[in-house]
Design a binder for this molecule. Structure first.
Ligand SMILES: Nc1ncnc2c1ncn2[C@@H]1O[C@H](COP(=O)(O)OP(=O)(O)O)[C@@H](O)[C@H]1O
Ligand SMILES: [Mg+2]
Length: 427
C-alpha cells in the first residue's frame, strides 16, 4: 500500500495551529464579493428593465411554451451574466413548480473557446441535469458528436420540453460563433428534437459594429438588449447591499463611496467596484487591521487598475500586441522612455516575424499603436522634428514594461524566441 504524500496532522497537533482559527477580523461572508456570486433579487440594483425583457423571452419555457432567444450586449461589469443567470434560474424554478421539463446550461465561452469545447460543455451540463450516468466521450470526437448526444434519436433532450443555453462571452468563439448558433437554431427547425431551444448570447465587445458581433446580432429576431454602465450612485447601492460580506463596523465611513467613485471613473463597472472592495478587505486583513480604511481602498484600486490593463492587453489583436511588446521592450532596454513610430516599427518587425512569420506595414502599425492610447496603456504625442525633419509621433508606455511584455505574448516559448531574436538583432 502506498503512503499518502500529503500528511494529515493529528487532532492534538492541530490544537494550537493558528490556521485552525476560522474567524477573520474583517470578513463575515467573503463569498458575497466573488465575481461569480449571483445575488438574490433584492440585492440587484437598477436592472429592472433588462430583467423584465429577458423574463419575457424565457418565461414561456416555464409553462411548456416556446421561449425566445436574445442577445445581451454591453461593457464588462454591467450585469449581463448576472441577469442571464438570475432570470434563467427563476424560470427553471417556476418550471419545476409547473412540472415542466426545463433544462438550463451555462457555457462560459472565454473558457470553452472553440465550437467543440463549447458543444462538449453544453452536452455535459445537460447530461448532469437530465441523466448523469449517460456516457458521453470526453475527447477524440468533434462537435457533431456532442450535438447528437443532445438531440439525435433518444438523445438527452428527447423527453424535455425546453432547453435554455446561456452562451456567455460568445465573442470569444471567434469564427465558430455563427456555427454554433446556426446548429442550435437549425436542430430545432429541422424538428430533430421535440424540445424548444432558446439561446441567451452575451457579448462584452463594446464596439457592436464589429463584423462578428453584427453577424451574431442579426441571427436574433429582436434587437440586442443593451446594458449601460452604472453611475457612481448605482455602484454605491450595489456595494451597500453586499456590506454583510464584512463584519459589523469594519468598513470605515467613506470607504464604499470612495470605492464606487473609483470604479465609476472608467466606465461604471460593478465587477471592478466589488473587486476594489474585496481587495481592500484583503489588504486590511494582511495589515492585521480590524478596519478597512480609505487608504486600503486606494491601494486596492491601483492594484485592480493594473489587472484591468493586463486584461485589456490580452484582449488586443495579435499584431497590436506585438507592436505594444516592441514599445515595452524598448522602454526596458533603452534609457529613453518615449519612442518614435519608426523605432517601434523596427522592433515590431522582429517580434512579428518570430511569432507570426509576417509583419504589417508601417502605417498599419501606427494605426494599431494609436488604439492603445484610449484605454491608457500608452500615451502618444505629435512632436516637431528638427530642422527640415517634419513632425512625427512618439509613444510612451504607461505601465511596467515587464508586466506588459508578459501580457502581450501568450506562450512562454514565444517569449523566449522573441527575446533571443531581439538580442541577436541590432536593436
Ligand atoms: N445591478 C447589479 N446589482 C448587484 N450586483 C451587480 C449588478 N450588476 C453587476 N453586479 C455584480 O457585479 C459583478 C459583475 O457582473 P456581471 O454580471 O458578471 O457583469 P458582466 O457579465 O456584464 O461583465 C458580479 O459580481 C455581479 O454580481
Ligand atoms: Mg459576464
Amino acid at each position: 500500500m502506498g503512503t499518502d504524500p500529503i500528511p494529515t496532522p493529528s487532532i492534538e497537533e492541530l490544537q494550537d495551529d493558528p490556521m485552525a482559527d476560522g474567524t477573520t477580523s474583517i470578513f463575515r461572508r467573503r463569498e458575497l464579493l466573488r465575481p461569480q456570486h449571483v445575488p438574490q433579487k433584492d440585492r440587484i440594483v437598477g436592472r429592472d428593465r433588462e430583467i423584465e425583457t429577458v423574463e419575457a423571452l424565457l418565461k414561456p419555457a416555464a409553462f411548456g411554451d416556446p421561449p425566445e432567444s436574445g442577445f445581451l450586449f454591453g461593457k464588462t461589469g454591467t450585469g449581463k451574466s448576472l441577469v442571464a443567470k438570475h432570470v434563467t434560474g427563476r424560470a427553471r424554478g417556476i418550471a419545476q413548480m409547473q412540472e415542466t421539463d426545463l433544462t438550463a446550461a451555462y457555457v462560459d465561452c472565454d473558457q470553452y473557446n472553440t465550437e467543440t469545447r463549447a458543444a462538449r460543455k453544453m452536452a455535459f451540463e445537460v447530461r448532469d441535469a437530465i441523466d448523469p450516468d449517460r456516457y458521453i466521450p470526453k475527447d477524440g470526437v468533434g462537435a457533431s458528436r456532442y450535438y447528437d448526444a443532445l438531440w439525435d434519436g433518444d438523445g438527452l433532450l428527447h423527453e424535455s420540453d425546453s432547453l435554455i443555453v446561456i452562451l456567455d462571452e460568445i465573442d470569444k468563439l471567434g469564427d465558430d460563433t455563427a456555427e454554433i448558433l446556426s446548429k442550435l437554431s437549425r436542430s430545432e427547425e429541422a424538428g430533430k428534437t421535440g424540445c424548444y431551444i432558446a439561446v441567451v448570447a452575451i457579448s462584452n465587445k463594446t464596439d457592436y459594429t464589429d463584423a462578428p458581433d453584427e453577424r451574431v446580432a442579426s441571427s436574433f429576431q429582436d434587437d440586442p438588449i443593451i446594458f449601460p454602465p452604472y453611475d457612481a450612485t448605482q455602484l454605491q447601492a450595489i456595494l451597500e447591499r453586499r456590506k454583510d460580506a464584512f463584519k459589523d463596523g469594519v468598513l470605515e465611513p467613506g470607504v464604499i463611496e470612495l470605492a464606487s467613485a473609483l470604479a465609476a471613473r472608467d466606465h461604471g463597472d460593478a465587477r471592478r467596484a466589488l473587486d476594489i472592495l474585496r481587495s481592500a478587505g484583503k489588504l486590511a486583513e494582511k495589515d492585521g487591521s480590524d478596519r478597512v480604511t480609505e487608504d486600503h481602498v486606494r491601494k486596492a484600486d491601483e492594484y485592480s487598475d493594473l489587472n484591468r490593463s493586463i486584461q485589456v492587453i490580452k484582449n488586443g489583436t495579435p499584431h497590436s500586441r506585438y507592436a505594444l511588446y516592441a514599445l515595452a521592450y524598448l522602454t526596458k532596454s533603452k534609457l529613453s522612455d518615449s519612442f518614435s513610430t519608426g523605432e517601434v516599427y523596427d522592433t515590431y518587425c522582429v517580434v512579428a516575424d518570430v511569432v507570426a512569420g509576417e509583419s504589417l506595414t508601417h502605417q498599419r502599425v501606427l494605426d494599431l499603436m494609436k488604439k492603445w492610447t484610449l484605454p491608457e496603456i500608452t500615451e502618444s504625442r505629435h512632436t516637431g522634428g528638427g530642422k527640415g525633419q517634419g513632425s512625427y509621433r512618439t509613444h510612451r508606455l504607461l505601465h511596467d514594461p515587464d508586466v506588459v511584455m508578459s501580457a502581450c505574448l501568450e506562450s512562454a516559448s514565444d517569449q523566449r524566441n522573441v527575446l533571443d531574436a531581439l538580442s541577436e538583432s541590432s536593436i
